[in-house]
Design a protein around this ligand. Structure first.
Ligand SMILES: [Zn+2]
Ligand SMILES: [Zn+2]
Length: 483
C-alpha cells in the first residue's frame, strides 16, 4: 500500500512520529507521501523524508495559507522542489468552504504553482473543496499535454470525475468513502482501475472503524478494503493496482531505481577495491557453481524384487530391508542440473535365511550362496528450485547391473528413476557438505538364465530372472571449494 497523502510532519505526531511510521511499514504500507502546506514546513519535511528511504514529499502552498503569499514564497517553492525526494508540487488548490484567502488570490497562487510544476516536470497534488469548476478550469488552461496530477480526497460527483479523467488527472480516495453518510459507490464503481490511488490525509479523515480518532498511514488499508468491497475485487488487487498507479504518477520506481543504482555502484566499489575477500563468502559461495565437483557416500536399504520366469508362470519374490552402500562423483554443469556417477553394493543374505527357514542346513550342497548385486549408475538430477536452501529434484538415468546369483555372474543394463531432496548442512573455507535423501528404483532391462536356482525345498532348477532394486538412500556429499 502507498499512502499518497498524509500530514505526519505536523505537531499532532510530535509525540510518536517514528512509531507511527514504523507501524505503517509493519502493517504493509510500502511508501508514504507527505505534501507540504506552507513554506514554514519545508525544512522539517525535507529532514523527515531524508530520514526514511520510503517516505517522499510534495512541496507547495495550500489554499488555506495563500492569503499573504509573496513572490518570494513562490521562489522558495521553486528552490525546494528541486531537492531529492520531492516528487510533486503540493498540496495546492482552491478551497471555497473555509475561504481563508480571497478567491482571486487562491486562483492566482494555484495557477503560479502549476507553472512551477510544469517547469520542473512534476505532478501536482490538488486540494479541492467546493471549487470543482474553477479547479477544472485552471487545470484545463494549463494542460499542454505535460501536466499530470491528482485531485486528492476526491468527494465530487461523477461528472466532475469524468472531466478530471478527461484532463488526464487521477484521483485519490481517503477515509470519507467509508463513512455511512457518504455514498461514493457510483464513483468507486465507475473509476477505471488505472486512475486512482489511496491515501489517509492523516491526521484528518480517519476511516471507519477508526473514525473520530487521529488518523495515521497504517489505516490506509481500510480505504483499500472499502474500494475492494465496492468494486468486488480482492484487497490485494486494489493494493497492487494503486501501488502501480502511484509509482507511475509520482515516478517512484525511477527514484527507487536511481537510489538502487547509486547504492549498488557504491557497494560494488566496496567489494572490489576495499574488501575483495568478502565477495567470495556467504551467498555467493552457496550458489550452484560452488558445487561444481563433489564426492558422496551413500547408504540405503535395499529391496530386491526378483521376477523368476519358470514353467508354471512368473514367480515374483521380494527380499526386503538389507543394507546397500556406495559412493558417487558429482558434476554440476548448471545450477539446476547435476550429473552423478555412482556405485552401489548390496549383498542379499535373505535368500539363505529363507533356505534355513525351510529346513535346509547350511551344510547341504544345495544351500544357496548369498546373492551379490553391484550397480554402476549414471544419473542426472533436475532441480527446479536451485536457489532455495532446500532443493527438490527428480532423477533418472542408466545403470549397469553386475549380478552374482548363486555363484553365477552376469551383467545387465537397466534404467533408474527417482525423486529426492538435498540441502547444504555445513560449510567452511575448504568446502561444503550437503545431505541428500532420495528414493530411487533401478530395473534391469530383459532377463537372464540362471542355473540351479533355489526355488524352494527340493526344488532347485534353472530359471530366467529379472531384478528390480528399490532403495531409499541417504547420501552425504562433499564439494571442495575450488577458488
Ligand atoms: Zn487537502
Ligand atoms: Zn492534505
Amino acid at each position: 500500500m502507498i499512502d499518497t497523502h498524509c500530514h505526519i510532519n505536523t505537531d499532532k505526531f510530535d509525540e510518536d512520529r517514528d512509531e507511527v511510521i514504523k507501524r505503517a511499514f509493519d502493517s504493509g504500507v510500502e511508501k508514504i507521501i507527505i505534501p507540504a502546506i506552507e513554506p514554514n514546513d519545508f525544512d522539517g519535511i525535507i529532514e523527515l523524508v531524508n530520514k526514511y528511504e520510503q517516505v517522499y514529499c510534495g512541496i507547495g502552498i495550500h489554499p488555506h495559507n495563500v492569503a499573504n503569499v509573496q513572490d518570494s514564497d513562490l521562489e522558495t517553492v521553486k528552490e525546494y522542489c528541486k531537492k531529492d525526494k520531492v516528487i510533486a508540487i503540493g498540496e495546492i488548490g482552491i478551497d471555497y468552504f473555509y475561504d481563508f484567502a480571497p478567491k482571486e488570490k487562491q486562483l492566482e497562487v494555484f495557477d503560479k504553482q502549476i507553472k512551477i510544476a510544469l517547469e520542473n516536470n512534476l505532478p501536482i497534488i490538488v486540494h479541492n473543496r467546493e471549487a470543482d469548476d474553477d479547479i477544472l478550469q485552471v487545470i484545463e488552461n494549463n494542460q499542454n499535454g505535460n501536466l499530470k496530477g491528482v485531485l486528492h480526497c476526491f468527494s465530487s460527483d461523477i461528472n466532475v470525475l469524468k472531466k478530471t479523467l478527461d484532463l488526464g488527472f487521477n484521483v485519490s480516495f481517503t477515509g470519507n468513502i467509508t463513512f455511512k453518510k457518504v455514498d461514493m459507490d457510483d464513483i468507486l464503481t465507475y473509476i477505471p482501475l488505472d486512475r486512482f490511488m489511496i491515501e489517509t490525509d492523516s491526521p484528518y479523515m480517519a476511516p471507519v472503524p477508526k473514525r473520530g480518532k487521529r488518523n495515521e498511514p497504517s489505516y490506509v488499508r481500510f480505504v483499500a478494503e472499502k474500494i475492494a468491497e465496492v468494486k468486488k475485487m480482492s484487497f490485494m488487487e486494489i493494493v497492487n493496482q494503486t501501488n502501480m498507479n502511484a509509482k507511475k504518477l509520482f515516478n517512484l520506481s525511477l527514484v527507487l531505481l536511481s537510489l538502487f543504482f547509486i547504492n549498488n555502484v557504491q557497494a560494488q566499489d566496496d567489494v572490489y577495491y576495499e574488501d575483495e575477500e568478502e565477495y567470495y563468502t556467504e551467498d555467493n559461495y552457496l550458489d550452484g557453481y560452488d558445487k561444481l565437483f563433489g564426492v558422496g557416500f551413500m547408504i540405503g536399504t535395499t529391496t530386491i524384487v526378483e521376477s523368476r520366469y519358470i514353467k508354471e508362470g512368473t514367480q515374483t519374490i521380494s527380499y526386503e530391508g538389507f543394507l546397500g552402500y556406495g559412493g558417487e562423483f558429482i558434476y554440476t554443469p548448471f545450477q539446476s542440473l547435476q550429473l552423478r556417477l555412482g556405485y552401489v553394493y548390496s549383498k542379499n543374505t535373505k535368500i539363505q535365511d529363507d533356505a534355513l527357514a525351510e529346513g535346509i542346513p547350511a551344510s547341504d550342497p544345495n544351500f544357496p550362496l548369498p546373492n551379490i548385486h553391484q550397480m554402476y549408475e549414471i544419473t542426472a538430477n533436475y532441480i527446479p528450485n536451485p536457489k532455495n536452501k532446500i532443493n527438490f529434484f527428480v532423477t533418472g538415468g542408466a545403470n549397469l547391473f553386475l549380478n552374482d546369483i548363486n555363484g553365477q555372474k552376469n551383467q545387465k543394463f537397466g534404467i533408474s528413476f527417482g525423486i529426492g531432496v538435498t540441502g547444504n548442512i555445513w560449510e567452511s573455507t575448504w568446502g561444503l557438505l550437503s545431505a541428500t535423501g532420495e528414493f530411487r528404483v533401478n530395473t534391469e532391462l530383459g532377463r537372464e538364465l540362471y542355473k540351479d536356482v533355489f526355488i524352494g525345498k527340493d526344488d532347485i532348477r534353472d530359471a530366467e530372472i529379472s531384478n528390480l532394486i528399490s532403495m531409499p538412500r541417504f547420501t552425504i556429499q562433499f564439494y571442495p571449494k575450488l577458488r
